[in-house]
Design a protein. Structure first.
Length: 273
């Protein structure tokens, strides 16, 4: 009975994995297909295989510039978000103040508000600051988002660190900033890995606000917005779009494969704590 249950479980997991990976397989097949069709029969049995779609994606959609813009916006945004959320988590996790619980409750409650509700106020604010048509505006949009989950992850991690670490550092004459930067922050490596990977994927794939902010300035388009160039009024270049998707997903795939152990340990640590 136990062996049959294990076999059924394995079959179910394999089937679920195939369903999950099927969109990526179709994306790759369409990208190498010379026929710009979404017909399932043509996708599985194309007339010829070609790399023309990748060349078209890189040149026609100006992916080289989009790649640079996405890399710059993602790198700066992730660094700033990591610093802000880790310091906020440290303050909430290690210090007691009167409105601490209320502040945490308000932060947690804000997670139920859809991010799209803030798109118009954010755009108006960027326009007032005169950065609505710049890469700085894109960075500020990512940094100013509600990163409550990251703050809570850092808060829970710092809460469970022993007080003796801070006490011994204070006795040695360390300042509060030195305690945070040289002792507490390095000990949060699993959470740091989780935040870096998660936010990198979110920023790299962001579409709505980058689209709004780059409508009048194509040179500022990120990869996700550059892919929109294959969407016409009456026709969609599926081959070029899927090739562009393959190019865009490669950096994220390499990132996750390289740091997957750090990501998993960070999530597991947060759950256990």
């Amino acid at each position: 009975m136990g062996k049959n249950m294990k076999t059924c479980r394995n079959i179910f997991c394999i089937a679920l994995g195939l369903v999950w990976v099927s969109p990526f397989v179709l994306m790759i097949l369409i990208a190498f297909n010379s026929n710009n069709s979404t017909s399932f029969e043509i996708i599985l049995n194309p007339a010829t295989w070609t790399l023309e779609n990748f060349s078209k994606a890189w040149n026609q959609a100006d992916f080289s510039r989009g790649f640079f813009n996405s890399t710059l916006v993602t790198t700066v945004s992730v660094f700033l978000i990591l610093m802000i959320t880790s310091m906020a988590g440290y303050a909430l996790g290690r210090f007691e103040f009167r409105t601490r619980k209320l502040f945490i409750a308000m932060m947690t409650g804000s997670m139920i508000v859809p991010a799209v509700f803030f798109s118009i106020p954010l755009y108006q604010l960027l326009k007032i600051l005169h950065v609505d048509q710049s890469l700085l505006g894109l960075i500020l949009v990512e940094v100013c988002g509600a990163h409550v989950m990251f703050v809570l992850l850092f808060m829970k991690h710092y809460q469970n660190l022993p007080d003796a670490l801070e006490e011994s550092a204070l006795m040695d004459g360390a300042s509060p900033w030195q305690i945070y930067w040289k002792i507490m922050f390095p000990m949060a490596r699993p959470v740091i890995g989780t935040v870096v990977i998660t936010q990198t994927v979110w920023t790299w794939n962001a579409f709505l606000m980058p689209l709004i902010l780059t409508l009048n300035n194509p040179e500022l388009r990120t990869l996700s917005v550059a892919m929109y160039a294959f969407q016409g009024e009456n026709i969609v270049d599926w081959g070029g779009m899927m090739a562009a998707g393959c190019i865009a997903v490669i950096p994220m795939l390499l990132l996750f494969v390289s740091f997957k152990n750090c990501f998993i340990s960070g999530v597991e640590g947060a759950v256990k704590e």
